[in-house]
Write a protein that binds this ligand. Structure first.
Ligand SMILES: Cc1ncc(C[n+]2csc(CCOP(=O)(O)OP(=O)(O)O)c2C)c(N)n1
Ligand code: SF4
Length: 351
């Protein structure tokens, strides 16, 4: 473990984004996770996605639960708002913050223990309510922080480091998210930055409940033969449905895509998501198709990665609840207290 602070100075020629920020402006503290942990690669992809989107760090709220995965918000976006909540309770804290201030970008960071075990109910309700967020699960199939017990995403028949075989059925968070109405659903692998960065960027720009399950091997407790979340297993069983690039409204020309093989998905805010399809038949707008596709491949032991489903016209919780446009924390006393005449009218309508 290291607590060394990062040096403040940097080479003046480092690449800058549209806001004039360098990658360092999106980094956090030095990671204290095990060297080689998949979670650190996800951190790097989040930093890259925020850099590429030229996000203002103060507009982001990163919220997590408890676990090695939930520690990672300390390692990225050091100039953003952050709240490290209680084990499994990230979705509720995020929902509350989002309702109070709809102007921020909400990044929910969680583990498979945090979201599929103790926080399963919280995960489910935040998705079904359509909270506007990018919800990332760093999925290693174990409770890394508490030394490698099986989590609820561990596949039946997979082996722990000590050789114990898991006899419980696994929860597939992607399948559940699809069933619960998430409007942006993807799966990726921590070691596949070229796929993960645009998926994260797309989730951030999506309006509605965006969910990404990222297989992230725990090199300390779940990277051995017999594990189905190890680097070797995932590499051998990965089946990518599409390759992605995100085109921001500011810079549409620099995207590297081959004509004829790209499908443009227009997002709510006008930004565009371009899918470079490997499988010409795959349609990311078909929820039922995505569910079937997932199950078919799961039955063959294959991990499908890529953007599985997106609804570009999605609505979020604020639309469902018909909340005011202004963040609640900016409403003044007059707006919050309409006066006794209005109260009298409401009371009369209820008599
Ligand atoms: C209410 C509560 N129960 C149990 C714990 C103990 N605990 C801490 S982290 C954790 C599991 C973490 O697993 P996961 O969310 O998959 O994250 P990882 O460490 O694998 O990234 C558990 C059970 C806790 N902190 N709080
Ligand atoms: S115990 Fe596993 S999940 Fe936790 S930091 Fe180490 S490798 Fe990562």
């Amino acid at each position: 473990m290291t607590y060394i602070a990062k040096p403040k100075f940097h080479h003046p020629g480092l690449e800058k984004n549209a806001l004039g920020f360098i990658h360092r402006d999106y980094e956090g503290k030095i990671s204290t996770l095990c060297a080689g942990c998949g979670h650190d690669s996800i951190t790097a992809s989040i930093i890259e996605a925020c850099f590429e989107l030229s996000i203002e760090p103060h507009r982001v709220a990163k919220i997590s639960g408890i676990g090695c995965s939930s520690k990672t918000p300390d390692y990225f976006l050091g100039n953003s708002h952050g709240f490290n909540s209680v084990h499994g309770r990230m979705p509720s804290v995020l929902t509350g913050a989002n309702l109070a201030n709809r102007d921020l970008i909400y990044l929910g960071v969680s583990g498979d223990g945090d979201s599929a075990s103790i926080g399963f109910g919280q995960f489910a309700h935040s998705i079904r309510r359509g909270v506007n967020m990018a919800y990332i699960v760093e999925n290693n199939g174990v409770y890394g922080l508490t030394k490698g017990q099986f989590s609820a995403t561990a596949d039946r028949g997979s082996k722990s480091k000590k050789g114990v075989v898991n006899t419980d059925n696994a929860i597939d968070l992607v399948a559940i998210a699809l069933q619960l109405g998430a409007t942006y659903v993807a799966r990726s692998f921590s070691g596949d930055k070229s796929q993960l960065v645009p998926l994260i960027a797309g989730a951030i720009q999506h309006r509605g409940a965006a969910f990404i399950d990222v297989i992230s091997p725990c090199i300390a407790f779940n990277n051995h033969a017999g594990s189905t979340k190890s680097f070797d297993y995932v590499r051998e069983h990965n089946d990518a449905v599409n390759r992605l690039d995100v085109i921001t409204g500011r810079d549409p020309i620099t995207v590297d895509y081959a004509p004829g093989t790209v499908q443009i998905v227009e997002q709510h805010d006008g930004t565009k998501l371009a899918l470079r399809k490997i499988d010409a038949d795959y349609d990311p707008h078909d929820r039922l198709g995505a569910m079937t596709f997932l199950q078919k491949h799961a039955a063959k032991g294959q991990i499908v990665t890529g953007l599985l489903y997106v609804d570009p016209d999605a609505e979020d919780l604020h639309t469902h609840l018909n909340t005011v446009e202004a963040p609640l924390n900016r409403l003044d006393a007059d707006a919050l207290c309409p006066g006794s005449a209005a109260l009298e009218k409401i009371n009369a309508s209820l008599r």
